[in-house]
Design a protein around this ligand. Structure first.
Ligand code: AMP
Ligand code: GLY
Length: 424
């Protein structure tokens, strides 16, 4: 099979790394990829949102399967266009990608299907949003309706903070068009986990559970980021909880979307808050999480490629995925200033040339090659991902590997997987 992976983050490097090990693979492309994906695939310099050029590439190279990593191309209709051209695509059509691209769409769907989630209201007019604040207990959570790279959510402990968040989104245009509509919801307490399944719109194959660390600084403090680290499995997700999430969240949403003529395809990611009254959905994504994909791919023992092809072509029923019992941990090395800004173009020292570690992989995210030198090119630069006999060992292996890697202003959380370590 000839395969094209679309995207350029740690998620796409991890997907490409895993597909590259498939005996069914003949040729692997990544567009645009990064300095890591080029160790396992041929990078093609086409941006992930350049829909026409990507369809052209897939046609020209007679690609058998296009695996779409990030959300933007899905919401731009890349999967629709590939399917129309007769090319198998992993990822939902634009209409189904609404589940991620509009929080109000997702919340209305959950209300309709009785999926547990925070109480909410959505607003297109700032006056109505401001007057809603008065009658509701704090803290409140203000969310930009559209895509904001994980940065559109503000937890507001006071009335003033909520007013400011509404003004920034709806009046000052902080998130552009994505913030013209907002969702205001009740604050949920508990522990977060990421529960991801593979689906062809009907059949469901669960992945192992994982957890990411969204906050920028140690102790889960500071601004929200795309994710500073992740690990799998997530001890908070036991068999009973998993069964409950499948029955009360995943199954109704997969069936409900199909019934609406918006069948899901590819990965369905439920961001969960697990509190004293059970799991509630914080958000849905219609793709794999990043960095969660990195420890997941390290733990996956089955061949990924036939499972992806089956999901893309509506024949997923009967597929199972086998996971190593060993935990895996990903620690993100980020640029100075991330997430607000990031200094880029800096040389990275100490990288293994083939990305391989004795017990894992240095997955690349924001990197590019210039001659023989690898340079930083984004906020999240690398995901050092390692396994171990237990969490302690997996974590120790990651931090040991990081000691030999450096670039100017490198920022790293020192407490990745602390909840798992505390539990075990
Ligand atoms: P989202 O993009 O909706 O998943 O929100 C990003 C992050 O904000 C989540 O991972 C949570 O850490 C936090 N968050 C979102 N909604 C809530 C909520 N209702 N209660 C508490 N925290 C939340
Ligand atoms: N790590 C969270 C996400 O990919 O959305």
């Amino acid at each position: 099979m000839k395969v094209l992976v679309v995207g350029q983050g740690g998620r796409e490097h991890a997907i490409a790394w895993k597909i590259a090990r498939s005996p069914q693979l003949t040729r692997l492309y990544c567009a645009p990829g990064n300095a890591g994906t080029e160790t396992v695939a041929e990078n093609v310099p086409i941006a992930a949102d350049a829909v026409d050029a990507l369809v052209g590439l897939a046609e020209r190279e007679a690609i058998d399967l296009v695996v779409i990593g990030p959300e933007q191309p899905l919401t731009l209709g890349l999967a629709d266009r590939l399917r129309a051209a007769g090319i198998a695509a992993l990822g939902p059509n634009r209409a189904a990608a609404e589940l991620e691209a509009s929080k109000s769409f997702a919340k209305e769907l959950m209300r309709e299907l009785g999926v547990p989630t925070a109480r909410f209201a959505s607003f297109d007019r700032i006056e109505a949003a401001l007057s809603y604040l008065a009658g509701h207990p704090l803290p409140l959570v203000v969310k930009a309706d559209g895509l904001a790279a994980g940065k559109g959510v503000t937890i507001c402990p006071t009335q003033e903070a909520a007013e400011a968040a509404l003004r920034e989104a709806m009046h000052d245009g902080r998130f552009g068009a994505a913030g013209r509509r907002v969702v205001i919801e009740e604050f949920l307490d508990g522990e977060e986990a990421s529960y991801i399944v593979l689906t062809d719109g009907r059949a469901i194959v669960p992945l192992a559970a994982s957890q990411d660390h969204k906050a920028a600084y140690d102790g889960d403090r500071g601004p929200n980021t795309g994710g500073m680290g992740a690990y799998s499995p997530a001890p908070v997700v036991d068999a009973a909880l998993e069964a409950r999430v499948l029955e009360r969240v995943i199954r109704p949403v997969v069936d409900g979307m199909r019934a609406k003529g918006r069948p899901l395809n590819g990965f369905l990611y439920a961001g969960l808050m697990i509190g004293s009254d059970g799991p509630k959905v914080l958000e849905f994504n219609v793709r794999l999480g990043d960095p969660e994909t990195q420890p997941l791919m390290l733990r996956l023992e089955s061949d990924l490629l036939p499972a992806l092809y089956a999901a893309a072509t509506g024949s997923l029923e009967g597929t199972t995925l086998v996971w190593s019992p060993e935990p895996a941990v990903c620690v993100v090395l980020a640029s100075e200033g991330y997430p607000e800004s990031s200094r880029t173009g800096l040389p990275i020292a100490g990288l293994p040339a083939d990305c391989e570690l004795p017990d894992g992989v240095v997955f690349h995210a924001g990197t590019r090659r210039e001659g023989t030198q690898v340079l930083t090119s984004g906020g999240r630069v690398l995901g050092v991902t390692t396994r171990g006999a237990d969490y302690r060992e997996a974590v120790a292996n990651a931090y040991r590997a990081i000691e030999s890697i450096s670039f100017d202003g490198m920022s790293v959380r020192r407490d990745i997987a602390w909840r798992a370590l505390e539990r075990s």
